[in-house]
Design a protein around this ligand. Structure first.
Ligand SMILES: [Mn+2]
Length: 345
């Protein structure tokens, strides 16, 4: 019996020697895997003489600007709907299996009847014989590697090259967290070994994906980390940043976003709070990150906020930065006292 990947290969090759267009649709807000997968697939198809376009909802993020051949992507706008509806013969969803994840391109994708899916996210429905959804795969890029390998076998043409190698390994590195997440598979290491033959600059890829930082971000981080306060048992940790200080560093509000998670990584810390002035007097935004013992969402809900058990947020009004910081320290410490009382674990 044919594999589903083989079905997709057959569908692709049925369009060879025609002028039909293949549309490639990664999910909204394409990350390293979605973009790396989509773009490597597009380059592979074009190298076989097929017509293929990669359609995105938005420009690639700053972090991904280093990827090769980004000038080849199409940022979709609704005025392209009619033109693409008429020209795309075959649509392939990559790193997603639902049209709702495609933003403005949803209508276009749904309007094309000949469709395939290549994805690794958890799914519920059966999407048919042209859907390869492998939840055990490290990344969609891992599946695109297998697809390209199969295309090479079928056509007896060389497809892999340095650009494709960089795009695929960027996808694998992103979705395995540099080979540290449980999603890391033996297969992706085998693929990495093959891709290294094209001499990708791994140091540069890692720098771009994980290390590149701007001076204001480092200055801001220094300010936040140097202002850390802890409860006597070190389980609650807080820091705060005034508007004036934020502006002094030259950083932007969103540069604070990763810092509460970093504060939480400290050994022994159960919950981390980062408080900031939003620029309106006595309005304080609070980000909460917690470990096993502390329900961040339940805490935030008490103050009109919300979120997830381990990551939540809230906005306090009519309170100064210092007062708010003292308040969350006091209240969270009280909750953890109860949580870790004798008799509990
Ligand atoms: Mn992915």
């Amino acid at each position: 019996m044919k594999t589903r990947l083989q079905n997709i290969v057959d569908a692709i090759l049925s369009l060879r020697h025609t002028e039909e267009l293949i549309g490639i649709f990664p999910h909204l807000g394409a990350d390293g895997d979605a973009l790396g997968s989509g773009l490597s697939l597009m380059l592979a198809l074009r190298s076989l003489g097929l017509r293929a376009d990669l359609l995105l909802d938005e420009e690639p993020t700053e972090q991904l600007k280093f990827l090769p051949r980004l000038d080849q992507v199409t940022v979709y706008t609704p005025d392209m709907l009619e033109q693409y509806r008429q020209t795309i013969k075959f649509a392939i969803a990559v790193d997603c299996h639902q049209a709702e994840r495609m933003g403005r391109r949803e209508e276009l994708f749904e309007s094309i009847s000949f469709r395939a899916i290549i994805d690794h996210h958890v799914y519920e429905d059966d999407y048919g014989e042209l859907a390869v959804i492998k939840t055990s795969a490290s990344s969609t890029a891992e599946l695109i590697f297998d697809l390209i390998e199969l295309l090479e076998q079928e056509t007896e043409q060389k497809i892999f090259n340095r650009d494709i190698a960089i795009l695929i390994l960027a996808g694998i590195i992103t979705d395995t967290g540099r080979f540290s997440f449980p999603s890391t598979t033996a297969r992706c290491f085998e693929q990495m070994a093959c891709l290294m033959a094209y001499q990708p600059d791994l140091t540069a890829v890692n720098y771009e994906l994980y290390e590149r930082v701007k001076l204001p971000q480092i200055l801001l981080r220094g300010e936040v980390l140097s202002r850390i306060k802890t409860s006597p048992d070190h389980k609650v940790i807080t820091s705060s940043i005034s508007r004036a200080l934020l502006e002094q560093t030259g950083a932007e509000d969103y540069d604070l976003d990763a810092l509460p998670s970093e504060m939480r990584t400290i050994e022994g810390v159960e919950v981390a709070f980062l408080l900031r002035e939003v620029g309106v007097p006595d309005v304080i935004k609070v980000n909460i990150r917690s470990k096993d013992c502390f329900d961040a969402a339940a805490f935030a809900i008490q103050y009109g906020g919300g979120g997830h058990v381990r990551a939540a947020g809230m906005t306090l009004e009519g309170i100064s930065l210092a007062e708010a910081e003292a308040m969350v320290m006091r209240e969270a410490s009280a909750i953890l006292q109860v949580c870790s009382a004798p008799g509990d674990k």
